[in-house]
Design a protein around this ligand. Structure first.
Ligand SMILES: Nc1ncnc2c1ncn2[C@@H]1O[C@H](COP(=O)(O)OP(=O)(O)O)[C@@H](O)[C@H]1O
Ligand SMILES: [Mg+2]
Length: 325
């Protein structure tokens, strides 16, 4: 393995979301179990990007976090579990109903290695989504193992990867349940607005149910503020409330509203390849760095940078002391 992986120990958040805003919705009290310390990272960590709300930046986060970590040298697989297949088109794979997709995995028509596609980035691969996924909700409704189909299908490729990122549809349906059952940890992107707080409450109670049934180890890795505009009072108030509730699990990295992030998918590229100097690129690299630090992981590029810096420092010391030694 190219990076070190250790257990992280972090204090657990307490409190509820209902206090900071004057008329906050009634929020689900946080249970200690929902945010217990991150588990020991294994090869092929599975990370879900979830929020039952649409348009909060799930797909943008899944694509760009995956791309930034792949650029850092991690072997990343992005799995597009949304019938809208935005993560697939955002990586340049336009809609094609004949192409194999996550649907084929879920119904057992093929194995994961038969459906993985390479992308423009060498160390990023994709299992595309498709319109057929809408049908999977109904077709699998009576299967005993319907919630764990994705988890079982990914098992065969996990040890060839560092990270698997699952992009969710904006609903709490069977597809999302498959993501929640397969994931070890979750990133929850949200906008800093009043209704986001209601969504957190619903999400936390869903997590509790999933933990009690198919995935006892499931935890929230981090909450990410997206499309952020810190000029508004409301954004600052909501951020404060979320920080009080999630504490260090609220990422310090914040994704600003940035036109390059919105444009990149129409060019079929992650923002880092579309405009490497944009604020969007910078923000997602900050998130990737924070993700690595939290997981006590070192990327292959990070290791190279450290080695180069150490060599440069040695050289400088030699040059400085040579005339006197
Ligand atoms: N930080 C951002 N700045 C500007 N536009 C964004 C940003 N994040 C997402 N978008 C745009 O907002 C829309 C919804 O984002 P998306 O990632 O598809 O959300 P979700 O997957 O949660 O439905 C898309 O058009 C996307 O390009
Ligand atoms: Mg989406």
């Amino acid at each position: 393995m190219q990076f070190s992986q250790l257990r992280t120990a972090s204090p657990e958040p307490q409190g509820t979301l209902s206090t900071a805003l004057p008329s906050s919705p009634q929020l689900h009290p946080l249970r200690r179990s929902a945010l217990k310390p991150l588990p020991l990272i294994s090869m092929g960590k599975i990370l879900g990007v979830v929020n039952q709300k649409g348009g909060v930046g799930k797909t943008t986060t899944a694509i760009n976090l995956a791309a930034c970590l792949a650029i850092e040298g991690l072997r990343v697989l992005l799995v597009d579990c949304d019938p809208q297949a935005n993560a697939s088109s955002g990586l340049g794979f336009q809609r094609d109903d004949n192409r194999r997709s996550v649907y084929d995995l879920l119904v057992g028509d093929c194995t994961a290695d038969q459906v993985i596609l390479p992308t423009e980035l060498e160390s990023l691969s994709l299992i595309p989504g498709s319109n057929h996924l809408t049908g999977a909700n109904i077709e699998l409704a009576n299967a005993d193992d319907r919630a764990v189909r994705l988890r079982n299908a990914l098992e065969t490729v996990r040890d060839t990867l560092d990270l698997i990122i699952l992009d969710c549809p904006p609903a709490l349906n069977l597809l999302t349940l498959n993501v929640l059952a397969a994931a070890e940890t979750l990133i929850v992107p949200m906008q800093a607005e009043y209704f986001a707080l209601e969504g957190v409450s619903e999400l936390i109670s869903t997590l509790e149910r999933v933990r009690a049934s198919v995935n006892p180890g499931l935890i929230i890795e981090g909450v990410l503020l997206t499309m952020y505009d810190d000029r508004t009072n409301l954004a600052q108030q909501v951020t404060e409330t979320l920080r009080e509730y999630f504490r260090e699990r609220l990422y310090k990295a914040v994704i600003p509203r940035n036109i390059r992030l919105a444009e990149a998918p129409s060019h079929g590229k992650p923002v880092a390849l579309y405009d490497s100097r944009s604020r969007g690129t910078e923000a997602y690299f900050e998130l990737a760095t924070e993700f690595l630090v939290r997981n006590k992981m070192e990327s292959p590029r990070g290791v190279q940078r450290k080695a180069a810096a150490a060599t440069a420092a040695k050289r400088e010391t030699k040059v400085r002391f040579w005339p006197y030694s």
